[in-house]
Unconditional design. Sequence first.
Length: 404
Amino acid sequence: MKSDGMKILYVSPHDLFDIVSGACQRSYLLLKALSSQESVSEIDVISSGSPSASFAMPKVRSVYKAGRKHLNFISKCYNGVLRRLGLGHFAVSDCDIRKTFRTVMSEKEYDLVVFRYIGTVYRCGWPDSRVMIDVDDLPSEYCLALKSTASFFLSKMFLRTAYRYLCRFERKYIEKADQCAFANAGHLNLYPGKHNFYLPNIPYFPGAGVRPSDGVSGSSGTSDCRRILFVGYMRWLPNIKGMGHFIKNMLPHLYKTGWRVNLRIVGKGLPRKYAKSWTESVRDISIAGFVKDIVQEYMLADIVIVPIFHGSGTNIKVLEALAYSKPVVATRHAVRGFENYLMNGRDLLVAENDEEFASCIERLLADAAYGKTLGENGRKVVEKNFSEEYFINQVRSAFLIYAQ
């Protein structure tokens, strides 16, 4: 390491300054952790967005906004076919991060380049500098999860082939990198590199407003209509499919058993056709979109649900709800990566199928005291194992190799 400190280029495909999803939260928190390292003297950033005039973070010198590129007719047709097959995740992006990356690298020298995702390295090209990859989501896992829920034959064929390719692709990049961070501790068993490390997803609480530790654990009041809350970025396919499945297959069961519930969906980006379909198909559903005060949403909720059935990485929404001491009902897929920390029945309820998911909600509706206990237990687990301090310390420990 240079005596005057490391110079880092941090490359993220997300808009770090418009935190609308768990992926954006992690991107921002990683930048914050990098800036807190004593061995780092300067950080430049490539992002798909630009900071506000009030943005300030120690050691961050320059922010380069990735440009946009024109997609030709073939690329647009390719994207259209993938979206019809439910494979929009693999569509060609119009974010020209490669051009921006090459320009920046030609102007300055860096001791370390930190990439968010393996796919970002692929799009940018491998630099001469040392490389750290925040793997977070394994591309092959997302592909495998989609395959299990695909309804079209062509989709299954495409995903089967893509899965095999992506397994080879990700192994090549992970083994070539100097260091990789994984949000799921189990992935360290798949890729036990000498310097690879566990970097969990953690809930993010911006600003200086009310924090979960301040005792935000109210309910929706004395009304006999109970509020069920879902929070997530609603342009993300796993969230759309998960909520669509819940509304179609689980919510009617609650109505049949006589419970009065209001389903509240919070998160920007839901396509209009889904909003129209959902509100027309069931009663007592509220699609809020983006809200300025997420604390208030959790305060008014009786139960938080996470009906996610596919997608890779870990669901920060589970941790966020528990951080607010809320009882959570989640699918088995939604708690992947948290198995060593969160216990079913002690910290939250995990359902294996539709009937069990609805039964878990009914149990919490009937026993508010049990729900309160779950929420309090879950909050203690989050505070101990998924704090911002723990996240930063993990990065600090990983950076010891660069002092050698």
